[in-house]
Design a protein around this ligand. Structure first.
Ligand SMILES: NC(=O)c1ccc[n+]([C@@H]2O[C@H](COP(=O)([O-])OP(=O)(O)OC[C@H]3O[C@@H](n4cnc5c(N)ncnc54)[C@H](OP(=O)(O)O)[C@@H]3O)[C@@H](O)[C@H]2O)c1
Length: 450
């Protein structure tokens, strides 16, 4: 196993620097002991308190930390110490599931500007249960099930976040489904409706149609009457995306998607959603009908391997599309840019979108599709799944430790027994010469007795 393949290793994080907002730092200082009013019990209580460290100090939690930019092995599993305490307006959430996003792959390579430099805990979304509530928080209570959207820092067993970054999970929604919702669905909703202004009978091109945002966008397209969805994805995913609502799946790996679209819709498209960047933005713009809209929201083309690829970056930036205002006017087209990471101060706007999404969810019109779940120890494999283009839907990380498989336990028991047997045999072997000597001695003794 190469270093790249090595699973996230569990480390003690006491000495590690964590560059996050103060609110995301665990509080390590212990509160002063409360004084007892009665003399005798107070003395024994003080003795016990002196023996036992305060709860804040013994509290530990698992956290994924990006230790530097590079391959999968740069994300380490650490154990942090110190009970987090919420400040005014904050809540502490016991995390049950976290979402993996394409931006986390870029962040690992140092290509995502919204992630601070390492060491840092990545993760923009999670779901869980509120464990503590700070002062001035009136609309959340301990025990509430919530999903969370934050700029970074969510890949931990316990997180401290501003209460207005949390959203109540509806009845019947699971933690994995809830963790799959925020980034993908908020993005898909805003690019389609706020920027794309999708209306009945229109046509939309969805790239990466089998991915998290792609599936969300396809579902949302069908909340509007008679929308035609063109979706690009690897051929092996076409059956699933067709069932999910893609009208015309296109294998962009073996065919020219521009030609395929033109064959079906010679006039072009109403909306192109572009998460690829580089020359694909240009192709998307050219595919628009008059009054068409291109929404650019990613640069997936820069990601070609485990580590930063300068050639791919240069190629993407060199081919980056630009257009001037006159040309836009003459062609009757719109071009929009969207970046959720740069909307992190817009709580009201985001809350309104989440409310609309939860309403659509309640009506059964949208439902996040979870591709696979991985424990924190397996974060490298989870990233590899997305980066090697194998996921259909959302990849989820679970903070709880991976349980040993029962088969392994049996094997361990067998191994233990084998070890015991070996030891016994060794002992027997050691005993044998002694026994033989004793027998010899007995034989020598016998004539004396006569
Ligand atoms: N601007 C924003 O606020 C915002 C927010 C969320 C996401 N995004 C963007 O939306 C896109 C999708 O994000 P996501 O989180 O939902 O991921 P995702 O679509 O689940 O990403 C993985 C899939 O994308 C396809 N893909 C295309 N080019 C790829 C490449 N260069 N490397 C690896 N896979 C590639 C692969 O499927 P096939 O090859 O089979 O198609 C792969 O399975 C990304 O570009 C992301 O940056 C932007």
């Amino acid at each position: 196993m190469s270093g790249e393949d090595a699973p996230a290793q569990e480390q003690k994080a006491e000495d590690q620097k964590q560059e996050t907002k103060t609110s995301e730092q665990p509080k390590t200082e212990s509160k002063p002991e409360s004084k007892s009013t009665t003399e005798a019990p107070a003395a024994s209580a003080t003795a016990t308190a002196a023996d036992k460290p305060p709860e804040e100090e013994v509290f530990t939690y698992r956290s994924l930390v990006l230790s530097g930019h590079g391959g999968y092995d740069k994300v380490k599993l650490q154990v942090k110490k110190g009970k987090p305490a919420p400040k005014n307006g904050e809540v502490v959430v016991r995390v049950k599931a976290c979402g993996l996003n394409f931006a986390d792959l870029l962040g690992r390579q140092g290509l995502y500007d919204r992630l601070p430099s390492p060491p840092v805990t990545p993760g923009m979304e999670c779901s869980g249960v509120i464990e503590a509530v700070g002062e001035e928080v009136t609309d959340r209570k301990v025990g509430d099930k919530v999903f969370v959207l934050n700029r970074f820092g969510m890949w931990q067993e316990v997180v401290t976040v501003a209460a207005n970054h949390t959203f109540l999970m509806p009845e019947g929604m699971g933690f994995e489904e809830a963790a799959a919702l925020p980034v993908n669905y908020i993005t898909a909703y805003m690019i389609l409706f706020d920027m794309g202004n999708l209306r009945p009978n229109q046509s939309v091109l969805v790239h990466m149609a089998a991915g998290g945002v792609g599936i969300a966008a396809t579902q949302l397209c069908h909340t509007v009457k008679d929308v035609t969805v063109f979706g690009t994805a690897s051929a092996s995913k076409h059956e699933t995306i067709s069932e999910g609502g893609v009208t015309h799946p296109i294998d962009y790996r073996t065919r020219d998607y521009v030609e395929e679209v033109r064959k079906i819709s010679p006039k072009g498209l109403d909306i192109v959603l572009d998460p690829l960047g580089g020359s694909d933005t240009h192709k998307g713009y050219n595919l628009l009908k008059p009054m068409g809209k291109l929404v650019t929201y990613g640069a997936a083309n820069v990601l070609t391997g485990q580590r930063k690829n300068l050639l791919a970056m240069a190629k993407t930036w060199y081919n980056q599309f630009s257009v001037n205002a006159f040309s836009l006017m003459h062609s009757n087209k719109s071009m929009c840019g969207y970046h959720l990471g740069h909307l992190d101060g817009e709580f009201e706007l985001i809350s309104q979108v989440v409310a609309k999404l939860l309403d659509l969810h309640a009506q059964g019109k949208i439902k996040p599709k979870v591709d696979s779940t991985w424990h924190f120890e397996q974060v490298g494999d989870a990233m590899r799944r997305m980066q090697e283009r194998n996921n259909i839907g959302k990849v989820i990380l679970l903070p709880e430790p991976k349980k040993e498989e029962p088969k392994k336990e049996e094997e361990e028991k067998k191994e233990e027994k084998n070890e015991e047997n070996k030891e016994e045999k060794k002992e027997e072997k050691k005993e044998e010469p002694k026994k033989e000597e004793a027998k010899k001695e007995e034989k020598q003794e016998e004539p004396k007795k006569e």
